[in-house]
Write a protein of this length. Structure first.
Length: 364
């Protein structure tokens, strides 16, 4: 088992193209070919976490938050980030971050919060846009099944909870092979007419090259006719935040107790409580104030997130109850989410949850 085996599975589960533009998810330090002795899962990467990894003979650390967001000009050891990187490099530790790409998939950070709160009928608060393409291609009818199989295996044809979706029509393809052509059908310099299938599929933008390669490899023609269109459709199962419902309405004070118990909280900062009962709950792990209006527009009774500034609390404006549970507290269960995924995917590596509390905020 090598580092690249772990990173490949993580990137299939939470693809790197789904991260935000400011983020730095992926392999930050390390050799992809290095054999894995053990993995340590942490929310953040600190010097204490690195010491813990070395103590437990883990040579790969997977953290939710990247230790590096911007370029580093010096590795002098006069800053905690530099010291972590130096120690990781000296001890052949691989460091992998899985941040906003895990935030933006439904089974990720927000899915974990929704699971702990027992929310049903979940949907993304703010779906991502410009993530889809439509591919149209033309193929002799007898090759239609082969082409569809290749496209679906490459990742085309998924729409929401439906797999292997396509639209197919039959028509007439007309072409004349030029002098330098090597036609599969027809003769040079003679007009040829072929009964063809027009195939249309949807594909994720980040799989474009893989899908086109599969199309060209499976297609019988030396010149493959196709066109690709960028779509403005929202990808409804991908994006920031989640909203869901309780199985039954709950008195708001009872829900706050449920929230504290489910998320292991000591304190909750909140705006004035709106209404007697709550049913529709919006969540965003980490800093989620940018989604407040989305939560209101979708009719949420309560918005659970973190890192609200003083003046941002006023924006509730009697429309919704904001509950700020803390950044660390809203995401700490991501460690268990990652651990469960790796244990289900790999049975031959040791995976440990970090026991270091990396929360930089303390309460008196």
């Amino acid at each position: 088992m090598k580092v690249k085996d772990i990173t490949k599975s993580l990137q299939e589960w939470a693809p790197l193209p789904f991260q935000e533009s400011y983020d730095n998810s992926g392999l930050i330090v390390g050799d992809e070919e290095m054999p894995i002795k053990g993995c340590l899962i942490s929310l953040d990467l600190t010097e204490s976490v690195i010491e813990e990894a070395l103590k437990n003979q883990c040579n790969m650390i997977i953290s939710h938050h990247p230790i590096v967001f911007k370029g580093i000009k010096k590795l002098s050891g006069n800053h905690w980030v530099n010291r972590c990187l130096i120690k990781a490099i000296k001890n052949d530790l691989a460091i992998y971050a899985i941040h906003t790409n895990l935030d933006n998939v439904m089974h990720g950070v927000n899915g974990m919060i929704a699971h702990r709160l027992k929310l049903t009928q979940r949907q993304v608060l703010r779906p991502m846009t410009n993530t889809l393409h439509k591919l149209v291609t033309f193929v002799p009818i007898e090759y239609k099944s082969k082409i569809l199989k290749a496209l679906h295996q490459a990742g085309a044809g998924d729409i929401g909870n439906y797999k292997e979706c396509s639209f197919n029509t039959t028509g007439e393809g007309v072409f004349k092979p030029a002098a330098d052509a090597n036609p599969t059908l027809g003769s040079l310099d003679k007009l040829e007419s072929v009964k063809e299938s027009r195939i249309e599929v949807i594909l994720p933008r980040h799989k474009k090259d893989i899908v086109l390669s599969a199309l060209k490899s499976a297609h019988p023609y030396e010149e493959v006719a196709y066109y690709l269109t960028s779509l403005e459709n929202n990808q409804e199962n991908l994006g920031a935040g989640l909203i869901g419902q309780l199985s039954n309405p709950m008195p708001i004070m009872d829900f706050l107790e449920h929230l504290k118990l489910s998320m292991d909280l000591k304190y909750i900062r909140h705006t004035p409580l709106i209404g007697k009962n709550v049913e529709k709950i919006a969540v965003c792990g980490g800093s989620g104030s940018f989604l407040l209006n989305d939560a209101c527009e979708l009719g949420a009774d309560i918005f659970i997130s973190a890192d609200f500034k003083y003046h941002e609390f006023f924006e509730a404006d009697g429309r919704i109850t904001i509950t700020d549970i803390g950044h660390y507290e809203s995401e700490v269960f991501t460690k268990q989410l990652l651990c469960d995924f790796l244990n289900e995917t790999f049975t031959n590596i040791a995976v440990r949850l970090s026991e270091v509390n990396t929360n930089p905020i303390n309460y008196f």
